[in-house]
Design a protein around this ligand. Structure first.
Ligand SMILES: *[C@@H]1O[C@H](CO)[C@@H](O)[C@H](O)[C@H]1NC(C)=O
Ligand SMILES: *[C@@H]1O[C@H](CO)[C@@H](O)[C@H](O)[C@H]1NC(C)=O
Ligand SMILES: *[C@@H]1O[C@H](CO)[C@@H](O)[C@H](O)[C@H]1NC(C)=O
Ligand SMILES: *[C@@H]1O[C@H](CO)[C@@H](O)[C@H](O)[C@H]1NC(C)=O
Ligand SMILES: *[C@@H]1O[C@H](CO)[C@@H](O)[C@H](O)[C@H]1NC(C)=O
Length: 688
């Protein structure tokens, strides 16, 4: 794949030639702008299906669910006004480059040959620093300098609209302006907050803060979009006035603007920093050990007030930027060393997306990581969604994997789930972790029992925490009992790929169960249960021998595993094999790995290997799991095809994990922004 791609070809065919932008290391279907939590998740659509190709000016940013979150940037240069973000109407700057890292999206703009702008959207990732990671905030840093050797008179403007505050455009919003600690801020919220409620996936409670440095040249204004932007365009300065008429989001579209007069700008860059975030005192309701209670956001333990949190975040830019850059470099170094430049496209694009589905809650002594199954159904801490995402947690800070599993254990160990197998999720609708005391969750018994045992061991091995294994031994043993009963001949059931339908004797699902049983043998051994260790190891080895007879079509050329036992024409990605390698179990013979490695290239389409023979679509996360355990050549094939797809797909929403291997488009289901893409980190856990 090329390192960059030229902009839209049509641009060169029309009379006024627009500048073309490079896209490094790829042009994603949607460019992450502010992506930090399930409710702070704004992207720039880029793909052919309705995006404008990845140009920041001339397209409205959208929430992951696709509604506009109005965010505007204007710049006034010697009295002339240009748009650098959004679609407010004025002439646009020329975008010359876009680059993304794991935490940043950086645009370079040329303003009529006079100025250069570097516009950086930073959504910090500090996986080992939970105090910082707990803040639901994102930065926008605008740097300008003269390009033509002359000094220019420059004012920079940016606003957010009330669309950030509610998914109901008829909802009445209220706002305030203030200053704290040298920071000027707009605070915007629903007039009547609806605690723990969502409309069109947006949060209906909490306060939004939009802040910047208070300085002599700063002015502010709230009011109707046309008025505020018009005022800036005419004069380069705002009224320092607050609109007194609280009203609906869509009634004369209230916006909250800042204008920063930079004065004469020469060749040394001058910057304006903005911070944008959401504060919710309590973010989740949770059925844990005892009741069903609101859980505070974790940042509440570290900061006395919302303004304290805003102030810390805004002034922390330099440190936060440097921590994020370290994370970027680590991911880049490890990714390139493991599987090359194309592979870095996948890890760096997935990092914000995976973390952006999570929220840290509780206190430093009892912290939880809650995770939203974004777009597919909004379930909480869905076990088979945590499983594809676990590589990014294990890679970046294994304690995070524990924090996401802990509430699942607490709820089930408190006797709040009646089934013998593991619960599918912690609640049907984020942010309500109600559990399923009626046992009527979406049943994926074999899948989730295997996932819980495998992920628990993965965490404990990485952190040498065998106490965690002892603490949960009874539940783990209970779930393993289910695996022993069901793994050899799995009953007709759905797997995590529930959209593909239900099936009996699924090869890949059976394998997960067997690997789970062997994982339990290791857990038993680690915790001084020698009899159990031997028993489970014997069962797993017996099953895996039988599985090789039941699940492999030895007569095919080349031989391969089938989708289901005995269905000789079928095949599928055997992605659950990853856990055998990741945990170092050595349960499955190397010959199975080798056989699959030779087979996949024979059924690859343009953009990847189909998930199975029922459809031509595939799953990017499972391709990464499969790549991780394939031979070098086959791994590189998976990585290259997936990175090419990222660059060429016509889809225009936050990275989907489900796509057509021939057209690159969505199948019927549009999965968007799902945390499962944390699975892109799988190859980093299995070094070859
Ligand atoms: C933009 O970034 C480039 C590369 O880091 C740098 O050389 C240039 O000076 C920056 N320009 C501005 C306006 O900050
Ligand atoms: C907003 O109001 C319009 C007009 O009254 C109505 O058609 C629409 O359904 C309302 N939207 C919501 C989300 O309530
Ligand atoms: C969560 O529960 C509250 C009641 O406690 C309810 O008002 C709210 O709508 C629920 N949220 C979702 C997303 O279902
Ligand atoms: C599963 O496979 C076994 C062995 O081929 C077969 O006996 C059994 O009937 C299959 N189960 C189902 C539900 O089809
Ligand atoms: C059990 O643990 C011991 C010591 O940690 C180790 O030597 C042995 O190989 C383990 N056995 C199994 C079956 O994992």
């Amino acid at each position: 794949m090329q390192l960059y791609r030229l902009g839209l070809l049509v641009a060169s065919c029309v009379a006024s030639v627009a500048a073309q932008s490079t896209f490094t290391p790829a042009r994603p279907p949607a460019l992450p702008l502010a992506v930090k939590s399930p409710y702070l998740s704004t992207w720039l659509p880029a793909g052919k299906d309705g995006g404008n190709g990845g140009y920041l000016a001339g397209e409205w940013p959208v929430f992951w669910a696709n509604q506009i979150t109005g965010w505007t940037g204007l710049i006034r240069v010697d009295g002339k006004v240009y748009t650098w973000m959004g679609l407010p109407g004025s002439k646009t700057v020329d975008q010359t480059a876009y680059e993304f890292t794991s935490t940043k999206s950086i645009f370079t703009m040329n303003v009529d040959g006079a100025l250069e702008m570097n516009i950086t959207f930073l959504s910090p990732l500090t996986p080992k620093d939970l105090r910082r990671q707990s803040l639901v905030f994102s930065y926008l840093n605008v740097e300008v300098s003269s390009l033509d050797g002359k000094e220019h008179d420059v004012q920079v403007y940016s606003d957010i609209s009330a669309e950030w505050v509610s998914g109901d455009r008829n909802a009445t919003v209220q706002w305030d302006y203030g200053t704290t600690d040298g920071i000027a801020y707009h605070k915007v919220h629903r007039q009547t907050p609806l605690a723990f409620s969502e409309i069109n996936q947006q949060a209906e409670w909490g306060n939004w803060y939009w802040g910047t440095d208070q300085h002599k040249g700063l002015s502010y204004q709230s009011g109707a979009d046309n008025d505020v932007r018009g005022q800036f365009s005419k004069t380069g300065q705002l009224n320092n006035a607050k609109d007194q008429k609280y009203r609906a989001v869509n009634s004369d579209w209230p916006v909250f603007g800042f204008a920063s007069n930079l004065g004469k700008v020469g060749s040394s860059p001058v910057n304006t920093l903005f911070s944008l975030g959401l504060t919710q005192d309590a973010a989740i309701q949770y059925a844990g050990n005892d009741g069903y209670d609101p859980v505070p956001s974790l940042w509440k333990s570290h900061f006395k007030t919302e303004l304290g949190a805003l102030s810390f975040f805004h002034k922390d830019f330099s440190e936060s930027n440097s921590l994020s850059s370290s994370f970027d470099s680590q991911v880049a170094k490890d990714s390139v060393a493991t599987a090359g430049q194309d592979y870095l496209v996948l890890t760096s694009l997935s990092a914000r997306q995976a973390f952006g589905a999570t929220q840290l809650c509780g206190t430093p002594d009892q912290t939880y990581l809650f995770l939203k199954e974004i777009s597919s159904d909004g379930n909480m801490n869905t076990v088979d969604v945590v499983f594809p995402a676990y590589p990014i947690f294990l890679y970046s800070n294994p304690e995070l994997l524990k924090l996401v599993l802990d509430p699942l254990y607490e709820n089930q160990e408190a006797g709040k789930y009646p089934q013998a197998y593991a619960m599918h999720d912690l609640g049907s609708s984020y942010p309500n972790a109600t559990g399923h005391s009626d046992g009527k969750d979406e049943a994926m018994p074999l899948e989730e029992c295997g996932n819980m045992v495998i992920m628990t061991l993965a965490y404990a091995m990485k952190t040498h925490n065998s106490k965690y294994l002892s603490a949960h031994y009874d539940k783990l043993k209970q779930w393993t009992g289910y695996l022993v009963d069901d793994a050899l001949y799995p009953a007709n059931q759905i797997s995590t790929d529930d959209f593909a339908g239900s099936l009996a004797n699924q090869t890949n699902l059976a394998l997960k169960g067997m690997i789970g049983i062997q994982a339990m043998s290791v857990i038993a051994n680690e915790t001084g249960h020698a009899d159990d260790a031997e028993k489970y190891s014997n069962i797993a080895h017996d099953y895996i021998k039988k599985w090789q007879r039941l699940a492999i079509n030895h007569d095919a050329n080349p031989p391969h595993t089938t989708l289901a036992y005995g269905d000789s024409e079928s095949h599928g990605l055997l992605y659950n094999l990853f856990a055998d390698a990741q945990l170092g179990l050595g349960l499955v013979p190397q010959s199975v790995y080798d056989m699959q490695s030779k087979f996949y290239p024979t059924v690859a389409n343009k953009y990847g290997v189909p998930l199975d023979t029922r459809h031509t679509y595939t799953k990017g996360d499972w391709e990464c799991f499969t790549a991780a355990i394939s031979s070098r050549d086959t791994r590189d094939m998976f990585v290259k095809d997936l990175a090419t797809w990222v660059d060429e797909t016509p889809t225009n929403r936050a990275l989907t994990d489900l796509y057509e291997t021939k057209s690159g488009d969505y199948p019927q289901n549009q999965f968007v922004a799902r945390p499962v893409m944390g699975g892109a980190f799988a190859p980093l856990l299995v070094r070859q």
